[in-house]
Write a protein that binds this ligand. Structure first.
Ligand SMILES: [Zn+2]
Length: 333
């Protein structure tokens, strides 16, 4: 099993290779064009030589001769003229990118804010998905295998038997998936005791949304906060570090599933992070599913009030009932 860092290194390498390949292909097309139009190469060489001389002069702290700039302008004019006269298609020597949005860097910059391009996030998620062998896990955890019969249908807990409740929850989950892109569809908080099917349902939802090509990040809360701490407390804040990528994913993926909230060591860092995740994702209209074995009161005690005011506005809350069925649980390591 590959670590997160190994996955990110392999994507970085893929992107490097992509850029190298783009460059090589561009050079090949350029060579072909020059063979066809040698005069074009001659002018380009001359322009490059002029630029080099400017660089050389400035390194040697000499004044750059104005004539050099004029010569460059003149050469550019000649080049333009030559291209027109010969009707040369210059589009063949434009760089071709697989992703025109990030130009195959995987990085977007917006007002000084760095984020990951969707192409990178997609690639990351599909590798994580493969790596976690989720496909194997999904063999058992998916809506087709969702067997309502295993839930007790005799004893009512409150208004429903466990089976009636789970059947209701299955429909809720399916409608959450159907309406996933609807901004009015709320996020979800699942709580209740261990083994009543919360994680199982989270996995079924993840499976279906990944099939619909949504970016799903599924983490146990202990792993989630540990990984975020690695970013926050690291001196390496470069956007390429695995911690930075993970940090960006937590805020920007289509669906974040935080499993077993409360199982982590809850401290001020966790409380702050929890607020900023819930708040920022809600503000940006991104959906989150939180599952927890704690009661609502325990959750309120443990995290910040402002986190709960966001959860009450942006989440539908479901209390899972019934006995521990030891539902298959996701192990992410
Ligand atoms: Zn991109």
């Amino acid at each position: 099993m590959r670590t997160n860092q190994e996955i990110i290194s392999s994507i970085e390498l893929e992107y490097q290779n992509k850029r190298r390949r783009n460059e090589i292909n561009l050079q090949k097309r350029k060579r072909k064009l020059y063979e066809q139009y040698p005069y074009l190469e001659k002018i380009d060489d001359e322009i490059n030589m002029k630029y080099l001389s400017i660089v050389k002069d400035s390194i040697e702290e000499k004044n750059v001769n104005d004539k050099t700039y004029k010569d460059i302008d003149e050469l550019k004019k000649q080049k333009k003229q030559y291209i027109m006269e010969n009707n040369i298609d210059m589009s063949s020597i434009k760089m071709n990118y697989e992703c025109n949005i990030c130009k195959d860097t995987g990085i977007l910059e917006n007002n000084g804010k760095i984020s990951r391009c969707q192409c990178y996030i997609n690639r990351y998620n599909s590798l994580v998905y493969e790596n976690m062998n989720m496909s194997k896990l999904f063999e058992d955890c998916n809506f087709d295998k969702f067997d309502i019969e295993i839930f007790d249908d005799v004893k009512k807990i409150g208004k429903f038997t466990q089976r009636e409740f789970m059947s209701k929850m299955r429909n809720k989950a399916l409608s959450f998936i159907d309406n996933f892109d609807d901004k009015n569809e709320k996020s979800m908080l699942f709580y209740g005791q261990v083994g009543v099917g919360k994680s199982y349902l989270c996995l079924c939802i993840a499976e279906k949304l990944i099939k619909k090509r949504k970016n799903v990040v599924y983490e146990s809360s202990s792993e989630l906060f540990e990984k975020l701490a690695r970013y926050v407390f690291s001196s390496d804040k470069t956007q390429n570090s695995d911690a930075a990528v993970f940090n960006s994913l937590v805020y920007n993926c289509d669906l974040l599933i935080i499993d077993d909230l409360g199982s982590e060591m809850t401290n001020d860092f966790v409380r702050n992070q929890m607020f900023s995740i819930v708040n920022i994702r809600a503000v940006n209209g991104r959906k989150t599913i939180i599952s927890s074995n704690l009661t609502q009161d325990e959750l309120q005690e443990r995290y910040e009030q402002r986190t709960f005011s966001r959860i009450s506005s942006y989440y539908n809350t479901y209390k899972f009932i019934g006995r521990d069925l030891r539902m298959p649980k996701l192990q992410i390591k």
